[in-house]
Design a protein around this ligand. Structure first.
Ligand code: S3P
Length: 437
């Protein structure tokens, strides 16, 4: 059984919105508090399928995790060397963050383990995480295609590393950082473009000796970690669906409260502003070492642009919804240097291009990017390719379609934005969930 969304042409979105906790920070908070000594308290944790998979795996590794009646998660950390050998394969489901970060952590443990995932995750590249971890002394076996299952065989020693990142990936960087806690000496990671730095921010909060200077990160190994309280802001990647929905529909404005605005996550906001979007950060403040704000957005006339390369890694998860904005803009939007989009939950260049074409939007995919010509959205029946962000992006397009739009296979929306349907309906989208038997 699977589900589809049917969206009827809707006019506008108004009100005050809130979106669930940040997915990237939620995974990291769960993992670090599991290897701290004592009870860490997490507020605002994202309760999505991806994060629930991380919780199940940490429980399998011997960590007790409970939720109290205030909605906070209590993580009874086992200390850096207290995790236990799992009795079964560890299932990461659809989550690349879960799989890659845990590969880093598990590479440095005194036991063997195996990580598996669903069909989508089992086809994503894992050689990128194996390579640096093996340079540190880890033993990792992948399939011939360099995909999961990831078999981790315990290693005698994890050494420090100096590593220049060949791809822009916060997941790979974070895997190295988790392994570096156990190394025999300091490690240095050099990025060509700085990616989201939530791991670095959390490590600083936990008192770990980590310094970030331009694109270079240095981390000193650690003997023990003490439990902390972590407050997680709302996820800007989820907020972005509402933001673009407001921008492209008429007479709309919305305030979205308490959203994380980490400097390396706001590329899509910067791109949209260049396209003419009226977006404002209000009440900027700090929460657990992360910058947060309330985001005010109103309907705007968008103009197509050539997206500057330096924004690509900072907007990497937002391209599906940015393509919907581009389809509604005046003129052509050009994206290059976005090869990484081929390696997400689906090949997002192909999945988005196919859906846009079905809706009558002219576009062409090239080697590492796409060109989209703004036009009028007809509607139609779209495949999500089981990709949560593709599904949510075409749902938002319902605000500007001439006819109904039906998006098939929307089940994976639960991996990142469990109450997406209720949130969008509440803001004025004419949406129905249909069960396909
Ligand atoms: C993430 C990093 C990015 C992003 C993913 C979450 C993270 O992946 O696309 O959704 O939490 O570190 P890459 O590291 O593959 O770029």
């Amino acid at each position: 059984m699977s589900y589809s969304y049917l969206v009827r042409p809707s006019r506008n979105l108004t009100g005050e919105a809130s979106v669930p906790g940040d997915k990237s920070i939620s995974h990291r908070a769960l993992i670090i508090s599991s290897i701290a000594e004592g009870t860490s308290i997490i507020t605002g944790l994202l309760e999505s399928e991806d994060c629930m998979n991380t919780i199940s795996i940490l429980r399998e590794l011997g960590v007790s995790i409970n939720k109290n009646n205030k909605g906070e998660y209590l993580i009874y950390g086992k200390g850096l060397h207290g995790l236990q050998q799992p009795n079964k394969e560890l299932n990461c489901g659809n989550s690349g963050t879960c799989m890659r970060l845990l590969t880093g952590l598990l590479s440095a443990q005194n036991f063997n383990s195996t990580l598996i995932g669903d069909n989508s995750l089992s086809s994503r590249p894992m050689g990128r995480v194996k390579e640096p971890l093996e340079l540190m002394g880890a033993n990792i076996v992948l399939t011939n295609e360099e995909t999961s299952p990831i078999k981790i065989i315990k290693s005698d020693k994890i050494g420090g590393i100096r590593y220049a990142m060949p791809v822009d990936s916060a997941q790979v960087k974070s895997a190295i950082l988790f392994a570096s806690l156990y190394a025999d000496k300091k490690s240095t990671i050099v990025e060509s473009n700085t990616t989201r730095n939530h791991t670095e921010n959390l490590f600083k909060q936990y008192g770990i000796n980590i310094t970030c200077n331009k694109n270079t990160i240095e981390i000193v190994p650690r003997k023990e970690l003490e439990a902390m309280k972590i407050n997680i802001p709302s996820d800007i990647s989820s907020a972005m669906f509402i933001i673009v929905g407001v921008l492209i529909s008429k007479d709309s404005n919305i305030l979205i409260k308490n959203v994380g605005i980490n400097d390396y996550r706001i590329g899509a906001i910067e791109i949209l502003k260049k396209m003419g979007a009226k977006i404002e950060f209000k009440n900027i403040r700090e929460l657990s070492n992360e910058k947060i704000a309330d985001i005010y957005v109103e309907s705007s006339a968008l103009q197509g642009i050539t997206i500057p390369e330096e924004y690509v890694s900072k907007a990497i998860d937002e391209f599906p919804i940015l393509f919907i904005a581009a389809a509604n803009a005046n003129g052509k939007t050009i994206l290059n240097n976005a090869n990484e989009l081929k390696h997400k939950e689906s090949d997002r260049l192909i999945s988005m291009s196919e859906g846009l074409s079905k809706c009558g939007i002219e576009n062409s995919v090239n080697d590492n990017g796409i060109e989209i010509v703004g036009g009028s959205f007809a509607g139609g029946e779209i495949e999500s390719f089981s990709d949560h962000r593709v599904a949510m992006s075409f749902t938002i397009a319902g605000l500007i379609t001439k006819n109904d739009i039906k998006i098939n296979n929307i089940d994976n929306v639960l991996t990142s934005f469990p109450n997406f349907y209720e949130t969008m309906k509440g803001l004025g989208l004419d949406i129905e969930k249909i069960e396909n038997k």
